[in-house]
Design a protein around this ligand. Structure first.
Ligand code: FES
Length: 240
């Protein structure tokens, strides 16, 4: 049987280090013989590990290992630009769709919009008369003016008015005055065909409006409001 000393020339570094450690344990006085490099610091090569092949996943431009990646940078950059551009377009379109759906969900529904408009049949209102309708919870005055009223309102000097507005600015058709029946003082409902000017009179604090709905006397600061309206035909007007 060969001694340890006789075989030490054929030992691997790991075994030599192990031998030195065993010696130091058997002979405590020989601890100075332990090598500086501990056995744990030695790494052995494992040449049997298989390296996975990623060739199928690599771009054709970088398959050649002998080719510099800089040579294929143009093609790869173009691909990156295309992907980025397509992603941006899809992202912007998605954001636009989400935002427009969110905003449209907050707008009034069709039934609410239908209630916000009112159609008035004008032939039901005799000349010289005023009819009151309910529109968006407020009174709406539709007045069929006479030729005399039209001439009188058009002749008013607007420099004398508190809220200067010519009659032509307040009507689309001189025969029809369409205004909200809400006094601009504190919101009472004026009385039609009353007051000093023959238009509307608010009994709450005594405001007088003319036949164009303009304030002529009393505490109200502004003319009666003219809502948006359009004539659908000669006989029909739609307000709202
Ligand atoms: S509310 Fe009409 S005059 Fe005051």
């Amino acid at each position: 049987m060969m001694s340890i000393a006789a075989r030490s020339g054929a030992l691997s570094p790991y075994m030599q280090a192990t031998k030195q450690t065993v010696k130091s344990l058997v002979s405590p006085g020989a601890q100075h013989l332990v090598p500086a490099a501990a056995p744990g610091g030695i790494r052995l090569a494992h040449t049997d590990i298989k390296i996975p092949d990623f060739t199928d996943y690599r771009r054709p431009e970088v398959l050649n290992p002998n080719k510099s990646s800089q040579e294929s940078s143009e093609e790869r950059r173009l691909f990156s630009y295309l992907v980025t551009g397509a992603t941006t377009v899809v992202g912007v379109y998605t954001a636009k769709t989400v935002v427009s759906q969110f905003v449209s969900s907050m707008s009034a529904s069709a039934d609410v919009l239908a209630l916000s408009k009112i159609e008035v049949k004008l032939s039901d209102i005799p000349e010289g008369k005023n009819m009151t309708f309910k529109w968006r919870g407020k009174p709406l005055f539709v007045r069929h003016r006479t030729e005399k009223e039209i001439a009188a309102e058009e002749a008013v000097n607007i420099s004398e008015l508190r809220d200067p507005q010519h009659d032509k600015e307040r009507v689309q058709n001189p025969s029809w005055v369409i205004v909200l029946g809400v006094c601009t003082h504190l919101g009472c409902v004026p009385i039609a065909n009353a007051g000093d000017y023959g238009g509307y009179y608010c009994p709450c604090h005594g405001s007088h409006y003319d036949a164009s709905g303009r304030i002529r006397k009393g505490p109200a600061p502004l003319n009666l409001e003219v809502p948006y309206y359009e004539f659908l035909s000669e006989d029909t007007v739609m307000v709202g």
